[in-house]
Design a protein around this ligand. Structure first.
Ligand code: MN
Length: 195
């Protein structure tokens, strides 16, 4: 499959010094089904990065309180720069003095099926996305809704839709570790320091 247009990743690449950070530079071809990932990121403040494959890159939101399977929880999701598709496999430690410095865990991954009668690019542009996740932890319907709270176009809400996968538990507490390696954030950070 074709690589995404280079300018979609311009912000991502501009913010990073790839000689210094182990993060991917971008450019991997797309698999057949669109993917999603959630990365737990212990940066200056712990947050969860929610990423959906749309148009050849990973559309990305930083979710300070993380995703929830409870339909009553509306989680602030701050729209950030697109990330390259190969970021979906990234787990490791970004040097402290680099952009996004801190430990990154691959907390969940899987495929996404977009709902609605428009392509996801148009839904993203329109500020409303509805989709079904098939992850190891996150499953079923979700919505991302642009609210422009505080006059900020980047402010969206991530909300679980009602279905058999919804529940009142706290998936962040019940399943805290990596889907890639089974490690905790502390283990990932400690192993980075050993090398
Ligand atoms: Mn982040």
């Amino acid at each position: 499959m074709a690589k995404p247009p280079g300018d979609k990743l311009a912000d991502y690449q501009k913010k990073r010094d790839f000689a210094r950070t182990p993060e991917p530079t971008g450019g991997q071809a797309s698999p057949d089904a669109p993917i999603f990932v959630v990365q737990k990121h212990d940066a200056s403040r712990l947050h969860y990065d929610f990423r959906l494959e749309i148009g050849g890159t990973l559309a990305s939101w930083a979710v300070p309180k993380g995703p929830s399977l409870d339909t009553s929880q509306k989680r602030l999701a701050v729209h950030v720069e697109d990330h390259p598709l190969d970021y979906a496999d990234f787990e490791g430690t970004i040097p402290a003095d680099e952009y996004g410095g801190g430990t990154v865990m691959l907390w969940d991954r899987g495929t996404v099926r977009f709902l609605g009668d428009q392509p996801p690019e148009a839904m993203l542009e329109g500020g409303f996305l509805e989709f079904v996740l098939s992850g190891q932890k996150l499953k079923g319907r979700f919505k991302l809704i642009q609210t422009k709270m505080g006059g900020q176009a980047k402010n969206w809400l991530l909300v679980k839709g009602g279905d058999e996968h919804a529940n009142k538990g706290d998936v962040l507490v019940e399943q805290p570790d990596s889907v890639k390696t089974g490690r905790s954030l502390e283990q990932i950070a400690a192993e980075a320091q050993e090398t």
